[in-house]
Design a protein around this ligand. Structure first.
Ligand code: ADP
Length: 361
């Protein structure tokens, strides 16, 4: 490709050409008109100088003029992709003055050809990644679907068992583990739906007070002994949201806050009006997010050291982010100054619904 791109330069200007690409080991010759020329150390210096400075170097320029070659950086919108070397016949400058304009335009064309090739290669790579992602999502979806039926049967059988004596412990283990597997499968299904872009929010005017109270009501019974303080600013407006997705996201955050903080510490849930729109905060006094992990923990299968002990899958926060993103909201994690984590769901101002009370009356 490089050879084709520069062949008009060679024939129209009657010069020898080479193309060099920058690599970690220095400039590497990727195409040359004739047999690969032997470049001297001055030639190499000029070939490296040109792309570094974005200016011509070598014969007929202001820099490293001892080189028999003139090196021109092939500048594109993607940066300097290669450097083109030109060498005139003995005793002649690579680019005679009367052909300077022609040379400029030929070199620009060669740069454009390089840019196009680079873009095409990038596109091809993106396509390969996309196909691999689709395949993975399909596999995941069919796997979680196929596992659901047998798991439902196991769960139902385990719940119906009435064991006595030492069998009770064994049956309890089957029950808890089957429930956990069930949660994991439904998380996997949610995640594949998010990744396929199949989550389409069902928007309606939503009261954040209801979202908070329904999330609290849905917490597992095992947290009944925990203290949860809620503060809801009465000025928080209704928002345009999918109540089910928001409920699911908030429930996950509160569940994590309880899971990752000591029993004797309270968890706080706050709905307030921030500067850029309504915010729901979930605060705890646990170990907090590891420094620098504020973004990474939202990746799928991101799990902290404590996750294994608590039976985590590393999918919860990825689902929270997927649901929140689908509604056009944001979610972020940070460390609290005096210890613990803060997770905030941020709702943009344009999602605020102005309900005219007179309409309702
Ligand atoms: P899981 O809890 O199943 O491991 P999540 O996606 O819900 O997966 O969370 C990812 C990781 O983020 C957790 O393993 C944990 O290390 C960290 N994390 C989540 N919430 C909190 C929190 N409130 N406090 C401290 N760490 C947290």
């Amino acid at each position: 490709m490089a050879r084709i791109a520069v062949s008009p330069v060679a024939s129209r200007l009657a010069v020898q050409t080479i193309v060099l690409h920058a690599s970690k080991e220095g400039a590497r010759i990727t195409a040359s008109g004739q047999a690969e020329p032997n470049l001297t150390s001055v030639d190499h210096a000029a070939a490296s100088w040109a792309p570094e400075h974005g200016e011509p170097a070598g014969n007929g320029t202001d820099t490293l003029t001892a080189s028999a070659w003139q090196f021109r950086p092939l500048k594109t919108s993607l940066g300097v992709l290669a450097v083109l070397g030109l060498r005139g016949p003995p005793g002649r400058a690579p680019i005679p003055a009367e052909r300077a304009a022609l040379a400029e335009s030929l070199i620009d064309q060669a740069a454009l050809a390089h840019e196009r090739l680079k873009l095409e290669l990038d596109m091809r790579e993106v396509e390969v990644v996309r196909q691999r992602d689709t395949l993975r999502a399909t596999l995941l979806a069919s796997l979680s679907h196929d596992l659901r039926t047998p798991l439902t049967a196991v769960t139902a059988a385990a719940e119906a068992m009435r064991p006595s004596g030492e069998d009770a412990d064994l049956v309890e283990t089957v029950r808890t583990e089957a429930r956990r597997l069930g949660r994991f499968l439904s998380d996997l299904l949610d995640l594949t739906r998010i990744e396929e872009g199949a989550v389409t929010p069902d928007f309606a005017a939503t009261d954040l007070t209801d979202v908070v109270s329904s999330a609290l009501a849905d917490l597992p019974r095992s947290y009944a002994h925990r203290e949860i303080e809620t503060t809801i600013d009465p000025n928080v407006p209704f928002v345009r949201a999918d109540a089910v997705l928001l409920h699911h996201a908030l429930l996950n955050l509160i569940d994590n806050a309880l899971k990752y903080s000591p029993d004797e510490t309270p968890v706080r849930v706050i709905a307030r009006m921030g500067r850029r729109g309504p915010v729901i905060d979930v605060l705890d006094r646990g170990p907090g997010i590891p420094i620098g992990a504020e973004l990474r923990i939202f990746d799928r299968f991101a799990r902290g050291e404590t996750s294994e002990r608590t039976g985590g899958s590393g999918l919860g926060l990825a689902i929270v982010k997927g649901f929140v993103d689908a509604m056009g909201f944001g979610v972020e994690a940070s460390r609290r100054q005096r210890g613990g984590s803060r997770f905030s769901i941020r709702i943009p101002k344009d999602a605020v619904v102005n309900i005219d009370l007179e309409d309702i009356v």
